[in-house]
Ligand binder design. Structure first.
Ligand SMILES: Cc1cc2nc3c(=O)[nH]c(=O)nc-3n(C[C@H](O)[C@H](O)[C@H](O)COP(=O)(O)O)c2cc1C
Length: 502
């Protein structure tokens, strides 16, 4: 490859990477803007009034609100059971009201599990970004009981946070009804009136969390939790996680309990574990993870797959996303795992057996697939296919190639006729040289120059550029590419050096 074609490629990749930054922008201001009217949609499609209920309380309240909105104030709304609603349609909505109860351990009621999980997934998926619901205004009312302490109205609070995170505008702050405190009715009435007033263009004030009444400004200003995402204690510094620095909050105590085995530290400390599990990861042993990807769910339901499907024929519903190393040698600014992964320049942790990692990954993956049974669109045939994964994307988070037994792990996957798609950030050229052929090797090229790569990837290695260039040049000369994903793809593409698994 000539130097000029290399730099052209790098420039192209850098341009593509720039789109990533588009998703990064998120205002953390907390200022109040002058009084304004909430603009009403001149051509309104009926709003959606969802009731998330198990024993009917929330549905009864939603019906009452529907009457107030539609009959008494001529504001059209549809009453919607989330069980019958396709969440992928949410970006089309301009007005959403949710009445949601909370159940055991802060969980959503039965009729809304898929809806709530979908929102949780999409709000942590960096590809969706924080503008997905930017055309939508919303209000949430929680039905719960203070007797349940910390999980009081957890579902409603969480929904408010998710919707804000996806760019929707909050019309009034989340209402919190307490069925055991005896004030449910009056609190709901007060909240409903506010919603109606806002929808009719009443005077309101705006802060970064959305639209609030003038009367609410005082309580908002005295609210200490100003991180804009709710639950600031959930955010942990990367240095804290790696056990290198003091934590800002409680996490320091937890980190101190970090176990050591055979003199070696476990990569996943309790803090990391809690953070990753909260983001939907299933942790395997002490350094690996698996997560069901949103494209897997989408294709299980007969909808679209990810780019690996469009480009290479990988069926997303048969693809397992996993990593044998949650650690990485970069602290990329665009990392969508909220920097909750550990970092290191070399493997310094206790190591798990590759066979066990594969066994447990498949076990956990298929358990998650089974949970989609009964979800609208999931046919028996696709479910059965999903239960026997044919592809493994070693790309979840972290740097899979750091795992010293990566070759044995890849071998084990191939032995089970599971193709491998390994993503690396090119910081371990020696490891790449030693890597046995994987089905597909994917190199993340995040910037075109040394300075921009340093600024974007924030590498731990001082010689990060040399590592990156050496690997890049060497890989372009390598003749071990085995791009075969399926027999059909293999025949169509006529791969030069194919180690066909099929
Ligand atoms: C087993 C059980 C667990 C509950 N857990 C919670 C909880 O964690 N947090 C909360 O705020 N309310 C909790 N509640 C209270 C319910 O939210 C309350 O009963 C509510 O009225 C149910 O509304 P729904 O009929 O719309 O489902 C719980 C109630 C039951 C019976």
């Amino acid at each position: 490859m000539t130097p000029s074609s290399l730099s052209t490629r790098l420039t192209l990749f850098a341009l593509l990477s720039a789109t990533t930054f588009y998703f990064l922008y998120k205002s953390r201001r907390r200022c109040l803007k002058p009084l304004k009217h909430l603009p009403l949609n001149p051509n309104p499609r009926p709003g959606k009034l969802f009731f998330l209920t198990q024993t009917g309380t929330s549905k009864a309240l939603a019906q009452r609100l529907l009457d107030l909105l539609s009959s008494k104030n001529n504001i059209p709304f549809d009453l919607v059971d989330p069980h019958t609603y396709e969440p992928e349609d949410l970006p089309k909505e301009s007005l959403i009201i949710i009445i949601a109860s909370t159940w055991e351990d802060g969980n959503p009621p039965q009729n809304s599990k898929f809806f709530v999980n979908w929102l949780a997934d999409i709000s942590t998926d960096f590809r969706a970004g924080n503008l997905l619901l930017s055309d939508c205004k919303f209000a949430v009312f929680g039905v719960g009981s203070r007797l349940y302490g910390d999980t009081f109205n957890a579902v409603a609070r969480d929904l408010g946070k998710r919707l804000r995170g996806l760019g929707a505008t909050e019309m009034v702050p989340v209402g919190e009804g307490d069925v055991d405190g005896g004030e449910l009715e009056s609190v709901f009435e007060g909240w409903s009136e506010k919603v109606v007033t806002v929808l009719k263009g009443g005077l309101v004030m705006e802060n970064e969390n959305g639209i609030v009444y003038e009367s609410d400004v005082e309580s908002l200003e005295s609210d200490d939790d100003d991180d804009g995402e709710g639950g600031g204690e959930d955010i942990v510094d990367l240095e804290d996680i790696a056990g290198k620095g003091p934590s800002r909050k409680k996490s320091v105590n937890v980190a101190k309990t970090n176990g050591k085995l055979d003199g070696k530290r476990e990569m996943v400390t309790p803090v990391i574990r809690a953070n990753l599990e909260k983001q939907g990861y299933k942790i395997i042993g002490s350094h690996s993870g698996v997560k069901i990807c949103r494209w897997t769910k989408s294709q299980l339901r007969g909808r679209g797959g990810c780019y690996k499907h469009s480009f290479y024929g990988i069926e997303s519903h048969r693809c397992m996303e996993a990593t044998p190393s949650l650690a990485c040698a970069n602290k990329c600014v665009f990392c969508w795992r909220h920097h909750t992964n550990p970092v290191g320049k070399s493997w310094q942790w206790k190591m798990d057996d590759p066979l066990e990692i594969v066994n447990t990954a498949i076990d956990l993956h298929t358990k998650m697939i089974k949970q989609t049974k009964g979800v609208p669109g999931v046919t028996q045939e696709r479910l059965m296919e999903g239960l026997s994964p044919r592809h493994c994307a070693l790309s979840l988070v972290g740097e899979p190639i750091m795992y010293p037994e990566i070759n044995a792990l890849v071998d084990e996957l191939h032995r089970r006729r599971i193709s491998t798609f390994l993503v690396t950030n090119a910081q371990f050229p020696e490891k790449i040289k030693m890597l046995k052929p994987v089905t597909q090797l994917y190199v993340s090229v995040d910037a075109a120059t040394k300075d921009s790569l340093k600024a974007i990837d924030r590498p731990l290695f001082g010689d990060f550029w040399e590592r990156f260039i050496v690997r890049f040049l060497e890989s372009s000369q390598r003749e071990t590419s085995t791009d075969c994903i399926s027999l059909d793809t293999c025949e169509r593409m006529e791969y030069r050096r194919c180690r066909c698994l099929f």
